[in-house]
Design a protein around this ligand. Structure first.
Ligand code: DAH
Length: 359
């Protein structure tokens, strides 16, 4: 009996060592320990034995079974780790390869222009403020001195939302001016902010898209006058367009929230159908501005006898088109990769007045 067991052990261990791969090893396992395996077979014979013999033989068989199972396990792990090594080797990646240049992304001209505007006004001491795209009538119109039924409301081609549960009709802000109100109601003067953001009007053609961007300017202090406004804006356009002596011109205009109101033009040339910014004798309208109307200050809880200030608003797309020679407004929002590659900006060249606005 013992001889038989020793022989079986030697045979099975040799088979385990001799198995050349995982499937071959599995076969050895089935031959030894499977339902019809050789060790299993001997276990079944135990029943027919005399009690004494059964005990001794049973013990030996159990030892053998454990030994073979352990040997199978060691060999199996060897195959598993070899398989893993082979897989890792086949799936390895050479991380020392350089980044492919064509995968580079670019910054959209809108983002670039907003960054440039923020860099210029940032250097004059302005902070950036923002407000919600979904506004109420109070902030978008009433507090800005648009009386109910005033024709200027109609001119804004407002997108209204369905009436809300609170009875209000919310709307998509038609300009960034409502953030003037939000700023004055939450900050104590002196206030010096720019407000870049999205604005919405129901309009679509060569020069209008239903969503566009504006940047608003607001200064509130105790001694602010129109020459400060003019100086700030002149400094801005000169730096933004990179024309040191660029001339500006104020024309009287009307906005409900400013008094007096003006539109500012900058010098340009339109010779041969080509638009050039500079002092060439022709004029180009660039923005709206004025001194904050006393009614607006009052709506925000500020005493117009103590405080006054100025505001201005301009279209981001418009100044981007002028500076970068982009002919059609609608292309800004078509997500055409060729357009984005052509007009986009390197993502890590952050504009600054001292380091350069565009590189
Ligand atoms: N909110 C005006 C518009 O969208 C632009 C504007 C004009 C803003 C004059 C101002 C301003 O702050 O003073 O048409």
């Amino acid at each position: 009996m013992t001889d038989n067991i020793d022989q079986l052990r030697a045979e099975l261990l040799a088979a385990v060592t001799g198995a050349s791969d995982a499937p071959a090893l599995e076969e050895v396992r089935v031959t030894a320990l499977g339902k019809k395996g050789r060790i299993t077979g001997l276990m079944k014979d135990l029943g027919a034995m005399a009690p004494e013999q059964r005990k001794a033989f049973g013990q030996q068989l159990n030892v053998l079974k454990d030994e073979i199972a352990a040997a199978l396990d060691v060999r199996k792990r060897h195959f598993d780790s070899a398989a893993l090594d082979a897989r890792l080797a086949s799936e390895s990646m050479d991380v020392t390869l350089p980044v492919r240049p064509e995968a580079r992304g670019t910054l959209h001209p809108i983002s670039q222009t907003m960054d440039e505007v923020a860099a210029i006004f940032g250097q004059m001491g302005f902070e950036v403020a923002d407000g919600p795209d979904i506004e109420d009538d109070f902030h978008n119109f009433t507090a800005l001195n648009f009386p109910p039924g005033h024709p200027a409301r109609e001119m804004h081609d407002t997108f209204f939302l369905p009436q809300a549960e609170d009875g209000q009709r919310y709307l998509l802000r038609t300009h960034t001016s409502p953030v003037q109100i939000r700023t004055m109601m939450t900050q104590k003067p002196p206030i010096r902010v720019i407000i870049p953001g999205r604005t919405y009007r129901c309009d679509y053609d060569m020069t209008h898209t239903p969503m566009f961007h504006q940047v608003e300017l607001l200064v509130i202090d105790t001694e602010t006058n129109m020459s400060h406004l003019r100086g700030c804006l002149q400094e801005f356009v000169r730096t933004y367009f990179g024309v040191d002596d660029l001339t500006t011109r104020f024309r009287p205009s009307f906005f409900p929230f400013t008094e007096p109101s003006a539109e500012m033009d900058i010098g340009c040339s339109r010779k041969n159908g080509e638009l050039k910014i500079g002092n060439y004798g022709d004029w180009l309208e660039i923005l709206g501005c004025g001194m904050v109307h006393p009614n607006v200050l009052k709506a925000c809880g500020l005493d117009p006898e103590v405080y006054q200030g100025f505001a201005a608003g301009m279209g981001i797309e418009r100044i981007a088109m002028l500076k970068y020679g982009i002919p059609d407004l609608r292309t800004f929002f078509e997500s055409d990769l060729r357009w984005l590659r052509h007009y986009g900006f390197a993502a890590l060249d952050i504009p600054s007045v001292t380091g350069g606005l565009t590189r």
